[in-house]
Design a protein around this ligand. Structure first.
Ligand code: HEC
Length: 112
């Protein structure tokens, strides 16, 4: 089973537990940690563990500076057709994608 599948299963379990939670707003602390882990591990597989780039471009604040948050969220949710960038809308809500973009623009806690 690959990481994406494991993550998908984890989400199903979480979604079942938190079905009444407001998923459109700011994710709760536990979910925030999951999203940070997702950024490091799943996104990091292509964008680099420290998001300094790999198969995909670097995603540090200085790399994303000036790009509209809205369109970055769109890329995360829908992917970029014709490129290896997959869409993540099966795993995260639009609100969560927006929160992830905010985090990327601020920089992850231990970025180098
Ligand atoms: C299978 C590899 C792969 C994975 C996994 C991946 N990406 Fe990407 N991503 C890419 C590639 C390649 C591009 C560049 C697409 C292009 O050529 O426009 C990209 C582009 C992007 C962009 C647009 C960057 C810009 O400067 O316009 C963002 C934002 C992004 N990815 C975020 C993410 C996030 C967040 C995740 C995890 C939820 C993720 N990516 C997972 C390969 C990947």
């Amino acid at each position: 089973m690959n990481r994406a599948m494991q993550f998908g299963l984890a989400i199903l379990v979480c979604a079942a537990k938190a079905s009444a939670a407001d998923t459109a707003g700011i994710p709760d602390a536990g979910r925030q940690q999951e999203l940070i882990d997702l950024l490091r591990q799943d996104c990091g597989a292509c964008h680099g563990l420290y998001l300094t780039g790999g198969l995909g471009p670097a995603l540090r604040p200085q790399d994303l500076h000036g790009k509209p948050a809205e369109s970055l969220s769109e890329v995360i949710l829908r992917g970029r057709p014709g490129t290896p960038m997959p869409g993540w809308q099966a795993f995260i809500t639009a609100g969560e994608a927006g929160w992830m973009v905010e985090r990327l623009l601020k920089g992850l806690p231990d970025d180098r």
